[in-house]
Ligand binder design. Structure first.
Ligand code: NAD
Ligand code: UFG
Length: 336
């Protein structure tokens, strides 16, 4: 089976490419390198000793996507292509709506034109909004998002659901990721943020490697055991393997199915910092600062459905996540 990874040169896409190739799938990557590098795809080939067909293209460019899909005839599309920085989305909402929604519409139109009827979509726990108390399960109605990025995810889920209502041959798997961290255990591929990291783990690793002075912990006065926010951190290779399970499930099902991809185990910001320091025997300077606008105190998954229906569950520990994040950062201090 051949899988087209739109946005496949990015952090989650490159790890998923490794997992798919290992499971025997053929992989085609389409990326405009807006937030990634072709080097990631080269390293996927190096790690797996398997070829990846790579196209530099915009997933919103209908002529380009149509050509690629006619040429490659993929059995399934995984749609990772999107802008994902929450704060940037508040400042540049139109760019976020344009890119994220156009890529989704274009991919769906080109799938229809070429007879590809299976899509797996990168959604986010953010669609649960603030209304749903943790642990979030897939039966809960979506909530209100706190930023345009989150709304694009919520809207794209709706677009995909409507498309599946209209076309009974379409199979849609919506994957709601919680907090992916870590890297492939080889240390050859990993997360490569541009500029100052928005997310916790890349900030921690950049402090450890000496690129940033200290981490600011956003808020120490939440109603949680140590006062810092709780999240469901998941190793990116577990997440990648979740995509393989989703592709396999999707091959045999039409309609829409939603799965949380998380561990179901919440950890605090200080758990991350402390585990990172212990496992890697390195210190991370930090200070407790003010809360960050829009952060929810506690977000974690009910991970039961993916286990029951997909037969998938996360296997790697927080120590594995911290070790592999550091292994990637220390071997690639400047990224790719
Ligand atoms: P990433 O930025 O590393 O990967 C996204 C990839 O899409 C990049 O390679 C980028 O160049 C590409 N891209 C963006 N717009 C494109 C376009 N118009 N045409 C072609 N390529 C385009 O991000 P990631 O962490 O790998 O995230 C992958 C997906 O998962 C995104 O949709 C993201 O919103 C979603 N997601 C990520 C997280 C997270 O914490 N990393 C959490 C929930 C959901
Ligand atoms: N944090 C800090 N300091 C930092 C960065 C983060 O203390 O420098 C804290 C945050 O306050 C939060 C935790 O670390 O408590 C995790 O923050 P991240 O930014 O890594 O992740 P979020 O949970 O805020 O966001 C993630 C994804 C988004 C998604 C959101 C939905 O990155 O794409 O989950 O829950 F929308």
């Amino acid at each position: 089976m051949k899988i087209l990874l739109a946005g496949g040169a990015g952090y989650i896409g490159s790890h998923t490419a490794v997992a798919l190739l290992k499971a025997g799938y053929q992989v085609v990557v389409l990326d405009n390198f807006d937030n990634s590098s072709p080097e990631a795809v080269r390293r996927v080939e190096e790690l797996t000793h398997k070829p990846v067909v790579l196209y530099e293209a915009d997933a919103a460019d209908k002529a380009a996507v149509l050509n690629i899909m006619k040429q490659e005839q993929p059995d399934c599309v995984i749609h990772f292509a999107g802008l994902k920085a929450v704060g940037e989305s508040v400042k540049q909402p139109l760019r976020y709506y344009r890119n994220n929604i156009d890529t989704t519409l274009t991919l769906l139109e080109c799938m229809e034109l070429t007879g590809c009827r299976k899509i797996v979509f990168s959604s986010s726990a953010t669609v649960y909004g603030e209304e749903n108390p943790a642990p979030c399960n897939e039966e809960m109605p979506k909530g209100s998002c706190t930023n345009p990025y989150g709304w694009t995810k919520s809207m794209m889920e709706q677009i995909l659901q409507d498309a599946a209502v209209a076309d009974k041959n379409l199979g849609v798997v919506l994957l709601r990721y919680f907090n992916p961290i870590g890297a492939h255990e080889s240390g050859r591929i990993g997360e490569n943020p541009r500029g100052i990291p928005n997310n916790l783990m890349p900030y921690v690793t950049q402090v450890a490697v000496g690129k940033r002075e200290r981490l600011t912990v956003f808020g120490g006065d939440y109603d949680t055991p140590d006062g810092t926010c709780l999240r469901d951190y998941i190793h990116v290779m577990d997440l990648a393997e979740g995509h393989v399970a989703a592709v396999e499930y999707g091959a045999g099902h039409n309609g829409v199915e939603i799965f949380n991809l998380g561990t179901g185990q919440p950890y605090s910001v200080l758990d991350i910092v402390n585990t990172f320091q212990q496992v890697n025997n390195i210190s991370v300077a930090y200070e407790i600062g003010p809360r960050r606008a829009g952060d929810l105190p506690v977000v974690y998954a009910d991970a039961t459905k993916a286990k029951t229906v997909l037969g998938w569950q996360a296997k790697r520990s927080l120590a594995d996540m911290c070790r592999d994040s550091w292994n990637w950062q220390k071997n690639n201090p400047e990224g790719y």
